[in-house]
Design a protein around this ligand. Structure first.
Ligand code: PEP
Ligand code: MG
Length: 325
């Protein structure tokens, strides 16, 4: 079956009625770059840069990071490469990094919070990303944003970094597109307040579901409560997409929901503009897009939005995927 799906590699991710849904890749390591194009994804929707910091003895400095981001940019050019700034903390702590003694590290000083509380660590990464942005396909986004102030503070540091590079006469793209992950319910609910400060949203549904439902995404004891089709999630995604379009932004989904064939029509019907999945999942997702009618996806989403249970949304999604299989 895989070789059959591999023949999809060079075909566009387009529905039967001609609606294009770009499929990009989630990567953690540079070694995965080659698989992106080989599996028919175009560009990178999520580069989890914290993995450059994990499992190494010395943390990568500005030069080493810039080289890594440049390599990603060149490998995909002209397709976009979205570099996510460090999502460190909680379970992802580099060697030699002092963890704070926190009772709830997943609700603690992590991701954008940790970056803002360690400005030198953060600014080193921002300068490295800016340096790589001479390749104009580089974009950047912040993880685990929970309020607009974090975006504003990060953007302030970014502007400082731009000035520092200018003083060093190092070129960068002044108009680099900045986005934010929407993976904390509070950010989803104030998406309209965040929108003027960014160019795009990326829905991290793994964390969005975890934090909306108060269900640890890795805890088997409560796995039955982890429901991507819970009406709270359907409504939050719908809200974020609508807000993004109202403000002229686009919205990608880079959480696992985008890699679930059954849920792809729902996401497309809700207006999601891009799906980012691991390279190995790209052929399967492209296959679904190419068998789908956009009009059918919109109808599904409209029915889902007036549903009253995850089970009903599941049934609707199941019916559609059976029909197009
Ligand atoms: C997510 O939360 O959905 C996401 C894409 O980020 P990560 O899985 O790296 O937390
Ligand atoms: Mg996340």
């Amino acid at each position: 079956i895989l070789s059959e799906l591999d023949t999809l590699r060079d075909k566009p991710p387009e529905t039967k009625d001609g609606y294009l849904v770009p499929i990009t890749a989630n990567i953690e390591l540079l070694e995965e770059l080659e698989a992106v194009g080989a599996r028919g994804a175009k560009g990178i929707g999520l580069f989890r840069t914290e993995f450059l910091f994990l499992g190494v003895k010395t943390l990568p400095d500005e030069d080493a990071q810039a080289a890594a981001y440049e390599r990603a940019a060149k490998s995909q050019y002209p397709s976009p490469v979205v570099i996510r700034t460090l999502d460190l903390g909680a379970d992802k702590l580099p060697a030699g990094f002092e963890a704070k003694d926190e009772l709830n590290p997943f609700l603690g000083d992590r991701a954008i919070r940790l970056c803002l509380s360690h400005p030198e660590l953060f600014k080193t990464q921002l300068r490295a990303i800016l340096r790589a942005s001479v390749h104009e396909n580089i974009r950047m986004m912040y993880p685990m944003v929970s309020c607009v102030q974090e975006v504003m503070d990060a953007n302030t540091l970014l502007r400082q970094c731009m000035m520092e590079l200018s003083e060093r006469k190092i070129p960068f793209n002044e108009n680099i597109q900045i986005g934010t992950m929407i993976e904390v319910p509070s950010a989803a609910l104030v998406a309209d307040i965040i929108a003027p400060h960014v160019s795009f949203f990326s829905l991290g549904t793994n964390d969005l579901i975890q934090y909306t439902m108060a269900v640890d995404r890795g805890n088997e004891n409560v796995a039955h409560l982890y429901k991507p089709t819970h009406m709270a999630i359907v409504r939050l995604i719908d809200h974020v997409v609508k807000v993004s379009h109202k403000y002229g932004l686009w919205t990608c989904v880079c959480g696992q929901m985008a890699a679930n064939p059954k849920l792809v029509p729902l996401l497309i019907g809700l207006g999601v503009d891009e799906l980012s999945v691991s390279p190995s999942q790209a052929p399967m997702i492209k296959d679904v897009v190419r068998k789908l009618y956009y009009s059918g996806a919109v109808e599904l989403a409209q029915q889902a939005l007036v549903s009253r249970s995850a089970e009903h949304v599941d049934a609707l999604c199941h019916k559609l995927i059976e029909e197009i299989a």
